[in-house]
Design a binder for this molecule. Sequence first.
Ligand SMILES: C[S@@+](CC[C@H](N)C(=O)[O-])C[C@H]1O[C@@H](n2cnc3c(N)ncnc32)[C@H](O)[C@@H]1O
Length: 238
Amino acid sequence: MILLVHDDREYLREPGTELQTDLGVLEIPEEVEPGDVLTTHLDEEFRVRRLRGPDLFHHFQRTGAPMLPRDVGLVVGETGVAAGDRVLDAGTGTGVLAGYLGRLGVEVITYERDPEFAEVARENMALAGVDDRVEVRSGDVLEGLDSHSGFDAVTLDTEDAPSVVERVPETLADGGFLAVYSPFVEATRDVVEAARERLSNVRAIETIQRELDVDTRGTRPSTGPVGHSGYLVFARNV
Ligand SMILES: C[S@@+](CC[C@H](N)C(=O)[O-])C[C@H]1O[C@@H](n2cnc3c(N)ncnc32)[C@H](O)[C@@H]1O
């Protein structure tokens, strides 16, 4: 799949198909390359773009509320996961976190208890080109935990994360990291308490991002809504 971009419009299409919009009919050649410029029969231009991480966030089919790219950035920065590392993830949901990790070269096993969501996530991993290293398993991560050990990181985005954390030390390699995303502060507290009993370096943070308004009069923080997304707990198996 490729992206066809005209100003702030984007369309996801397969090479060899046709795009019909109010800007005209666009024939997409089989041999299309990123960077090509294609012209509709009304002489409107579309630039061809390969999908990258933020494009996948916008164009993945959505099921569970996806993690925002800024929270993905924190998970990657705080755990240091890198190419060749192994990550156990749950729940897959839309697969944004799993897809980003796969694009970094991380080997991911991700659990999704809703079979229909799992199927959509598999299609999303194929769209991201990471289906060879992100394995989406249908099922409850709690039931799958016994068969796993030695992971470099465990990443959780599920309501039952505190129960999963109780069993994380057996799943993590020595020095491996736990990262838990929660939308609510109550769940965050439960995760912190479960992690403190079993892991070290336990930290909880809230993620807030403030935009800057930049215009001809000057630059200042936006007066728009505060960009709160959620809470993240990090801990380490030492
Ligand atoms: C908020 S979404 C996860 C979004 C994901 N982190 C992403 O970046 O797209 C939560 C998902 O977890 C799944 N889930 C909840 N508890 C689970 C469990 N115990 N095992 C596996 N999946 C679970 C839900 O079905 C839901 O799809």
